[in-house]
Design a binder for this molecule. Sequence first.
Ligand code: SF4
Length: 468
Amino acid sequence: MFGIFGHPDAAAITALGLHALQHRGQEAAGIVSFDGKRFHSERRMGLVGDNFSRREVIDRLPGMSAVGHVRYSTTGETILRNVQPLFAELDAGGFAIGHNGNLTNGITLRKQLVRDGAMMQSTTDTEVMLHLVARARRNRFVDRFIEGLRQIEGAYAFVAMTNKKLVGARDPLGIRPLVLGKLDGCPILASETCALDVIGATYVRDIENGEVVVFDEDGAQSHKPFPPMQARPCIFEYIYFARPDSVVGGRSVYDIRKNMGAELAREAPASADVIVPVPDSGVPAALGFSQAAGIPYELGIIRNHYVGRTFIEPTQQIRQLGVRLKHSANRAVVNGKRIVLVDDSIVRGTTSTKIVQMMRDAGASEVHFRIASPPITHPDYYGIDTPERDKLLAATHDLEGMRQFIGADSLAFLSVDGIYRAMGAGARDPVRPQFTDHCFTGEYPTGLTDQTGQQNTPRQLSLLAEAG
Ligand code: SF4
């Protein structure tokens, strides 16, 4: 997501920002702008570069303010009416909203709203927020927005716009990232700092967990409508999701991934001739592993950059094909060598199995696999489209079973404490974990109303109560 307030090139800058955030969603993109009188919306299936690089498209988005979104569907099909930002005319005027994350009571609220006569335009969870704000009986827009936030549960970073304001918000735990920047004196909200770097904007700060920020003609306001809680950002942003050149929560993603590789080399060494990253997301960890183990790092796998992120391809069959299209063996590096492959994570095991076979076909004498994160044993409900539990390799196989499944000579994962050390957070605090990490621990930090029919669990309520 990206939003800018008060800049003459608002839509063009938003398109550039979205381009830098393309790794967060490749299915579709949208921009809404406001020209002082009217809102303008352009929503397209496909990549930002294919849809928003032509002048005539940007010219259809006049105005000094704009918000944009790239779609990676977790709730709702990949269809045009689900492309964000979503827009609606409320009694107070137009309102556009983009959402990163997933609401864990979105389905439940949606049923209630439809029962009360709401007419839904999309099948996304995000639209629930539009209706909650529309129904809030408050004078100030920010109060209506906060009334909506009080009713939703789960993970969210929002970037929204009205005819007078740019608004940003993060859920009480700060699971999904959102940062504030400035360009030519104009405030910018973006999912990651890489979007600020690409347009030469200065980084101001991260939007805090549970914070709502509002920018308008009178300047900036910050609101904290929730009881203060310790932030628990999603640790997978550091492992895979965020771009390596981004700084998330004050931590360089690239440095953290190198640390994860170094921790992994200490926890699970391997005697081998060469360290080979699974590109691109395995590269920093492989470098860290190589430097810690003192074993040379070589590009034994060449990536075809004209194939998207297979993990987020919509069907298994395309994922299968995607893997072969995406990677090819560099025989000169691999042939006759004992190699250690380093990757960021294993979800279904599809990619890992194919890559091990590809290394063997290229003549590797031994293939060891090292994963710079713990085994993923639980599905995500907060905006990362991991499959149901029975499709997670680590949820259905023990370590030896996974080794046999992918066909490696040895396999090891970074431990949960190892990943916390790599984050510079010390050991994991079992009472108040410093990060959201339930795909490894199974400990969900919020209620899962849609899944369990139960809002916040007693433990979460006690954490809330303790927070006062
Ligand atoms: S399940 Fe994993 S990816 Fe999802 S929010 Fe939790 S830590 Fe992040």
